[in-house]
Structures are given as C-alpha cells and as structure tokens.
Design a protein. Structure first.
Lengths: 190, 101
C-alpha cells in the first residue's frame, strides 16, 4: 500500500483539499474578527467540496457551495454585521483557568482514539452495497440520478420530514427574531 | 486510482478536532456556531468517503439530510443569537449565566 501506487492527480487533489480545509478551519478558530472567521469558513467549505468531487459526490459538492458557502455563511455575515459585533474579540483572555489545555488534551485523546480504532479495524468495515453490486458510484449527471432515486424512494419519509423541519425552523426563526414590545416588557417584570 | 479512504478519514478526524477545540475554547456564540459547522462538515466528509468505499449511495443521501438539518439549525441558532443580543448587547456565552444555581 505505498503511495506510489496512486495516481499523482488524485494525490494533488487530496493535498489541495487538505490544505484548504485545515488552514480554513484553523483560521476560523484563531482569527479575532468574526468576519474573517466567516470568510475562513468559506475556505474550509470549498476544500470539503473539492474532497466531495474527488470522491464522486458531484451533486453534494454543488450543494455544498450553493447552500453552505452561498447561504449559511452569508447568513452568518448578515448576523455579524446586523449585530455590529465585528469588533475585536478578546481571544487572549481565558475565562476558565486551564480551559485551553484541557480542551486540547481532550480533543487530542478523542482524535487519536478514533484514528487508532479505525486503523485497527482496517479503516472501512461493512458490507458493499447490494443495490450497486459493488460497482463504483457514478459521477457527474449519473450521480445526480442515483442520489435523486435514493432520496425519492428509499429515503422518501426522511425527505418529507426535512420539509416539515425546514418550515418549522423558518417559523421559529421569525418568531425568535421578531421584536415585540409588549411581550418583552412582560417578561422583564417576571 | 484514487487515494485510499484512510487519508480522507484522517483529514475528517483532524477537521473534527479543530472544530471541537474551537467550540470548547471560543466564547463568542457566532464563532461557536461556525465550529459546529466545521464538525458537521467533517462528519459529511466521512460519510462521503464511506459511500465511495462501499459503493453505497446511502452515505451521500445522509449527507444531503445533514445539510438540510444544518441549515435549519443555523437559522434557529442565529435567531436565538439575535434575540439574546437584543436583550443583553453581548453574545459572549460566559455572560449567559442566569441558570446557575
């Protein structure tokens, strides 16, 4: 299993995705300005989209860019600018003593444990899909067809449930963000 | 031939770790939401890798649903952030301590 056996383009694609993902992720947690963090998050999302394309998940890569980078991050930026919190965030202040150290130790133990477990179990265990008879997943247009067929047949109930969830979420967000004077004064008295 | 699945799984684990560390250490509610997005993306990457390795479209379908739920979560979460900021003019989670006994 030497790396030489794998085609150079796929290694280059992986390296590009890895650099984008990790640099963006570290940017999100280290940059002081929330706007910079949001832009750094876009970088990570593009890296993940590259990894999706490299693994024949073309439709999901497009959704990743459109929904995540296009909608969710813009929502973040809207809220950041709406609230006017794009000032410095005191990153250096540590409210709980030793919090960073404990967090780092916990995260390292978790990651090392996960990687050790996966390596011991030969990384990927489980049965090959019977629906595809072990043939590799399709790419491009056929990927959309395959995924659409799965979502609208096997996962139809989950699909309908997400529709309801989205409606509930939108109504809930409107209720939460609405400014209502009378209600607020009542709650303050309590 | 594509790179082995293990590489992508390790990359996803690292991304999850960075997101978890940020979630535990940053105090701004907005940044914490972004870190949750990082962790969700790490899990999505794992799902897609397993879908590729096992030739099972179910992994990609799951990612599809995770994205929908993430969008709903961000909508409600940012609504809460806006509501909290209206009342307290701060989104630092350290200051939300009314419930402590």
């Amino acid at each position: 299993m030497s790396a030489v056996a794998y085609a150079v383009p796929s290694i280059l694609i992986f390296a590009t995705a890895a650099v984008l993902i990790l640099v963006g992720a570290i940017g999100v947690i280290t940059l002081k300005n929330p706007v910079h963090s949001a832009l750094s998050l876009i970088m990570t999302l593009f890296g993940v989209a590259i990894a999706f394309v490299a693994q024949s998940a073309d439709f999901l890569a497009a959704v990743q860019i459109i929904v995540y980078a296009g909608a969710i991050v813009v929502l973040f930026l809207f809220v950041i600018m709406f609230l006017g919190v794009d000032r410095r965030q005191h990153v250096s202040v540590e409210p709980l003593v030793g919090q960073r150290v404990f967090a780092a130790v916990g995260v390292v133990i978790t990651i090392a444990g996960v990687i050790a477990l996966m390596a011991k179990a030969h990384w990927v265990t489980g049965a090959m899909s019977v629906s595809t008879n072990g043939v590799a997943l399709a790419t491009g247009q056929d990927n959309v067809k395959q995924l659409g067929t799965a979502v609208f047949t096997t996962y139809l109930f989950a699909f309908e449930a997400t529709a309801a969830l989205l409606v509930i979420a939108v109504v809930g967000a409107v209720l939460l963000a609405r400014r209502e004077r009378s209600l607020q004064s009542d709650e303050v008295e309590v | 031939m594509n790179v082995p699945a293990a590489w992508y799984l390790v990359l996803a684990a690292l991304l999850f770790g960075v997101g978890a560390f940020g979630l535990l250490t940053r105090r701004s509610a907005l940044i914490m939401f972004m870190c949750v997005e990082l962790m969700l993306n790490a899990v999505n990457l794992t799902f897609v890798t397993f879908a590729r390795t096992l030739s099972d479209i179910g992994g990609q379908a799951t990612v599809f649903f995770v994205m929908v739920v993430a969008a709903a979560e961000v909508t409600v979460g940012l609504g809460i952030v806006v509501a909290v900021f209206r009342r307290r003019s701060s989104i630092s989670v350290d200051e939300l301590s009314e419930l402590k006994g």
